[in-house]
Design a protein around this ligand. Structure first.
Ligand code: PHE
Length: 447
């Protein structure tokens, strides 16, 4: 049963039937890993900030994770039926209030402040998602944006002003691939009502160079940290390969993702684009235009420090934290993380019938039934009971009974502590509690 009110960072909120935040997730709202000195998430933030220097860029690292549904979705042009709004994907406090799913939730408010130049926002973000070694319901993002005001640039020439700023940026020796046409009239259109092609091209060029410089800084450091024979200087002699890929976001157009070739794979590292002019117009500054990007900090920190499991970021274990001490002030001393001994995994399966089939009668519960089953609801229940001893949850079997039409699922839950070996007795006991919670909260019938 949901509490009537919840307290988050000293403020109280009234819940309603939309409330779906587990107590585990609520307890993480106060951790703010991006502000914790020498934490790998904070170190990653600092490295990125160094590429976007003050005073041109201003840093905002203290925005509260509780935002309105309007700020998180509507202000950015998400349509009313966008899947990201679903209760299966997003943590709601009540219908109009949620835990931000991305740092873009703060774009509109910063545009309204009319700050010209740029800004970087680092913050914790929340998403209901899969359970595996690279997903966690709370992670950290950095948002960056740059704006120019056409009424404040020399001769009102926006394109010239942007290109002049571009000329002041450093150059690099990276190998940049741009396989798609830079714009596409259907898939990736220019905002022809608001920008000339020259203006859009100038903003895109400034965006691309800025972000190329950013990933160059990150990956040069990652190479140096993981190869003991290389210093940042010698590593940079072998140029980094990156490519720009067409993308779609409701609040940018054209939009791209930046991929980096690293250790034999193309990694998608960020999303970005030319900001939708409607955001500037709605913020009361129609004369401003610019670009924005968003990047996940844990994924980058995992590469920088070779951290194998995302749960480690939340560890208070000295064997984890001590490895990064002093690094924030001495980035040249960055070294790869040395895993402490891996304890054995222990997996258990759970098979059940979903409720709410035609044979079993109607489903008037919370919208979780055979016709409306969300794997993320199960993920949430498992996390809530097993906490950080669950490493991975996946479907191993699924079928619909040919006669009754009832649907059955089998999930495999992998239990492993980062700190010690779990006994079979305690794993069984934990699995029993998980099973009971699945019956109670999701109404499934264990087979
Ligand atoms: N907010 C987007 C995400 O979380 C990333 C993004 C930010 C894309 C800014 C474009 C511009 O996926």
């Amino acid at each position: 049963t949901a509490p009537k009110t919840v307290e988050i960072n000293g403020k109280s909120y009234t819940t309603d039937p939309w409330f779906n935040v587990s107590s585990t997730v609520l307890s993480l709202t106060s951790r703010k890993l991006h502000l914790q000195k020498d934490h790998p998430v904070a170190i990653t933030r600092k490295i990125i900030e160094s590429v976007f220097p003050a005073p041109t860029y201003k840093y905002y690292n203290e925005f509260d994770p509780v935002v309105s549904t309007f700020e998180n979705f509507d202000s950015l042009g998400f349509p009313p039926d966008h899947p990201g709004r679903a209760r299966s994907d997003t943590y709601y406090i009540n219908k109009d209030t949620l835990l931000r799913t991305h740092t873009s939730a703060h774009e509109a408010e910063l545009f309204r402040a009319r700050a010209s130049g740029g800004y970087l926002i680092s913050a914790d973000v929340y998403r209901r998602d899969e359970v595996d070694r690279s997903h966690y319901p709370v992670f950290h993002q950095m948002e960056g944006a740059r704006v120019w005001d056409r009424t404040k640039v020399p001769n009102g020439d926006l394109a010239a002003a942007v290109l002049a700023d571009l000329a002041r940026l450093p150059t690099h020796n990276m190998k940049v691939e741009d396989p798609n046409p830079p714009f596409h009239p259907d898939r990736n259109p220019l905002q022809t009502a608001h920008h000339t092609p020259e203006e859009a091209a100038a903003i895109a060029a400034h965006l691309k160079r800025s972000l190329e410089l950013m990933v160059n800084e990150i990956f040069t450091r990652a190479k140096a940290a993981t190869d003991p024979n290389q210093t940042p200087e010698s590593a940079s002699s072998e140029p980094l390969r990156v490519r720009w890929v067409e993308a779609y976001f409701p609040f940018t157009s054209p939009s791209w993702e930046l991929e980096v070739f690293y250790q034999g794979d193309w990694l998608e590292v960020l999303g970005c684009g030319v900001s939708q002019q409607s955001l500037h117009i709605n913020a009361g500054v129609p004369s401003q235009s610019g670009w924005a990007f968003g990047i996940g900090l844990e994924r980058i920190a995992m590469l920088l420090f070779q951290i194998p499991d995302i749960r480690l970021f939340w560890s208070r274990d000295e064997r984890f934290l001590s490895q990064f001490r002093g690094v924030e002030d001495r980035l040249d001393q960055m070294k790869a993380f040395v895993p402490f001994s891996k304890y054995p995994a222990c997996y258990k399966d759970v098979s059940f019938w979903l409720r709410g089939t035609s044979a079993a009668g109607g489903n008037t519960g919370r919208g979780v039934g055979a016709v409306d089953w969300h794997g993320n609801d199960l993920m949430e229940v498992v996390r809530d009971v097993a906490g950080d001893t669950v490493e991975d949850v996946r479907v191993v079997d699924e079928f619909t009974h040919p006669k009754t039409g009832r649907r059955s699922m089998c999930y495999r839950i992998n239990y492993r502590s980062l700190e010690r070996t779990l006994t079979n007795v305690e794993t069984n006991e934990m699995h029993d509690r998980v099973t009971k919670a699945l019956v109670e909260k999701l109404g499934v019938e264990i087979r």
